[in-house]
Design a protein around this ligand. Structure first.
Ligand code: B12
Ligand code: SF4
Length: 589
């Protein structure tokens, strides 16, 4: 008896957003629980083969072909798809294919897309047998055990193209699922929630990944977000700091150096965050991580421990600067609280990132100006601007249903989500697009001023971390996202200023290297080598500094000395070409 878990592919390409290629954390949890019992054949990630991955020329057909090959090879008894709204079309296509190839297979959908679209999915996908609603671990274990019993006893799940009667009996006793029984659907009610998340097995025992969460649920009631209905708002459950620390440590030992801590509101429980951070600091794991939180859950006393434990970025859903819009979006947090949180986070040497939404009900030119005004007060160093879209399971989607602006049948179309402007008779696309452009332009127009606003809380012990923060940010202007974006004016000079500011705090190898690379690009090799010399006086064995020095020396024709900088790292295949050129040139001379 084997279950194959599948992360289906999204519909649309993501040009700059590799996030959509990740396997949902939930599949790692589900698979780990069943791997312990030898019941899982694996997790098949179709996203990198699909349209979301334009760099690999992904497509719907490629994702479906990969799926077909995999199930023919694995011959699973159950296939469990993790479904979101953007992945439902690929999930349904794969399910139909699976039914053709392996007619008796049991096909199960779970995840946020499946939980809130049961009627639509059962109607649109004749191959679908069962949907697991909400948190999946308890229901899935019961479902798999029931399926195992039936398979052992009767050798088959289906009879006359329906789930066979004994399995139906068992399914009716599993809370939190919807299953098909002939022409009817049966919903068994509320999911059983796990009381203590620490009883779950550590997914890191079997898998290597970067996204983690300490908690499940959020006390917020944002009208555009699926989390409140999916996890419930009454009780936020969380792993103990020790459990999450063990997970991080095991993944770090497998070579993961950067993590995305994806709790809805990570800093909600200050004591737990502090305890986790202290454990990471004591273990000296040398990792970095990003977190997500809310501005009204920022206590400056935990920001120092977070920074020392490797936190380099906190993302906040600001959504809008206009009070009426915030109210409609269900996040009525005043602007002063937002500004205070950004000031504290920046002063702690952590990059504050702001999410804004535009095109909300009631949006006007004036409310967009309110958002721009708030953004200027916040001074974010990274931003994401989302056009408001709506998904089943959110209060906004229900509002559109009630007003008769949409219906569930719309999900039959090849769309990932429903932009609000398409539903709201008071809105049109050109206007909404213009608002997005205005917000983005305002961010880029003020970015240099936001950078110049960086000041840290006076704390000498944090000087190396401040240098690290400034040089990381500088890199985004010299070689990263901002370097590639022509809307960012003066990017190279901003980078130089940041690298130099970093060195005023502490000798930081990244800052020496960054400055050297800028001057090298300008063909000012003397200045580049002066910075590298200084850097190497502090960090004589730093590979990046040595390689950069070697390249500079090659540029001025000193191949002999260049070789001395490359040779200690001769085992790195990336350097073999430099080494052979230097050897050739030195032999010839
Ligand atoms: C962190 C996060 C991400 C991370 C993912 C990290 C990761 N590897 O999981 C990143 C940034 C990569 C991401 C990407 C996207 N996300 Co996201 N994400 C979240 C977030 C905030 C938390 C998810 C999480 O960690 N949950 C914890 C784990 C334990 O839960 P889980 O993965 O959902 O799995 C449990 C259940 O769903 C269920 N289950 C899941 N799959 C299956 C399969 C089977 C067979 C069964 C039985 C059960 C089951 O059991 C699991 C264990 O209990 C949620 C909001 C939320 N709070 O839930 C949004 C959320 C899931 N994301 C959402 C969206 C839209 C996206 C994107 C499409 C965004 C984009 N435009 O590209 C992409 C692509 C996702 C995709 N494949 O379609 C939406 C989905 C809405 C919907 N109805 O479809 C959500 C709900 C947020 C929202 N807007 O409301 N996301
Ligand atoms: S948007 Fe964030 S704060 Fe609001 S309910 Fe969703 S997870 Fe909670």
């Amino acid at each position: 008896m084997k279950i194959l878990f599948v992360n289906p592919s999204c519909l649309d390409p993501r040009v700059t957003d590799p996030d959509a290629l990740q396997v949902p954390i939930g599949l790692y949890y589900l698979a780990s629980g069943l791997l312990d019992q030898g019941l899982v054949s694996g997790i098949l990630n179709l996203a990198p083969a699909g349209p979301a991955n334009p760099s690999a020329k992904g497509s719907d057909e490629k994702a479906l072909d990969l799926f077909t090959q995999s199930i023919m090879q694995e011959q699973p008894d159950i296939i469990g798809f993790s479904v979101t709204s953007p992945t439902r079309i690929n999930a349904m296509a794969c399910a139909d294919k699976a039914r053709q190839i392996l007619p008796d297979i049991l096909i199960v959908f779970g995840g946020p897309g499946a939980t809130f679209m049961a009627d639509f999915l059962f109607g649109a996908c004749p191959a679908l047998d069962v949907i697991v609603k909400g948190e999946g671990e308890i229901s899935t274990t019961k479902l798999v055990n029931a399926a195992k019993r039936i398979k052992n006893r009767f050798g088959t799940f289906h009879q006359d193209q329906s789930i066979q009667a004994d399995l139906v009996q068992d399914l009716s006793r599993i809370p939190g699922i919807v299953y098909r029984n002939g022409p009817n659907l049966h919903d068994t009610g509320q999911t059983e929630l796990i009381e203590n998340l620490d009883t779950l097995p550590h997914p890191s025992r079997y898998f290597t990944y970067q996204h983690l969460a300490m908690s499940r649920g959020c006390p917020g009631k944002c009208t555009f977000c699926g989390s409140p209905k999916f996890w419930g708002t009454a009780l936020v459950r969380r792993h103990s700091p020790q459990w999450l620390f063990e997970e991080i440590k095991a993944l770090a030992q497998k070579g993961v150096t950067h993590f995305f801590i994806s709790d809805d509101t990570f800093t909600m429980d200050c004591d737990a965050v502090r305890e986790l951070c202290e454990k990471i600091i004591r273990a000296d794991l040398g990792i970095t991580w990003n977190a997500i939180s809310r501005v009204d859950y920022i206590d400056e006393r935990i920001l120092g421990p977070m920074r020392r434990a490797g936190c380099i970025q906190i993302s906040f859903g600001i959504e809008s600067g206009a009070e009426p819009i915030k109210k409609i979006l269900g996040k009525p947090i005043d602007n002063d609280t937002c500004v205070a949180a950004f000031d504290k986070v920046r002063a702690a040497g952590i990059l504050p990132r702001a999410y804004f939404i535009y095109g909300a009900p009631g949006e006007t030119d004036a409310t967009i100006q309110d958002s721009i005004d708030l953004m200027i007060r916040l001074g974010p160093l990274s931003t994401v601007f989302y056009m408001l879209v709506t998904f089943p399971g959110t209060a906004l989607y229900n509002r559109a249903l009630q007003k008769g602006w949409t219906h569930d049948g719309v999900w039959q179309k090849n769309i990932e989500d429903l932009p609000w402007w398409e539903l709201d008779p008071d809105m049109d696309f050109p206007r909404v697009k213009e608002w997005g452009d205005q917000l983005r332009q305002a961010f880029f127009d003020h970015l240099e001023a936001f950078v110049n606003r960086i000041t840290f809380c006076p704390d000498n012990a944090s000087a190396p971390l401040h240098a690290d923060f400034l040089s990381r940010l500088a890199m985004t202007f010299s070689h990263g996202e901002y370097a590639r974006d022509e809307r960012v004016g003066n990017a190279e000079q901003i980078a130089v200023n940041l690298f130099e500011k970093a060195l005023q705090f502490y000798p930081c190898p990244r800052a020496f290297q960054g400055l050297a690379m800028i001057y090298q690009k300008q063909k000012n090799f003397t200045k580049a080598m002066a910075f590298l010399d200084k850097g190497l006086s502090h960090f004589p064995e730093d590979k990046d500094l040595c390689v950069c020095m070697g390249v500079c020396l090659m540029n001025i024709g000193d191949f002999h000395t260049a070789l001395t900088y490359f040779t200690p790292f001769a085992q790195d295949p990336a350097l073999s070409q430099y080494i052979s050129i230097c050897k050739q040139k030195t032999t010839l001379s």
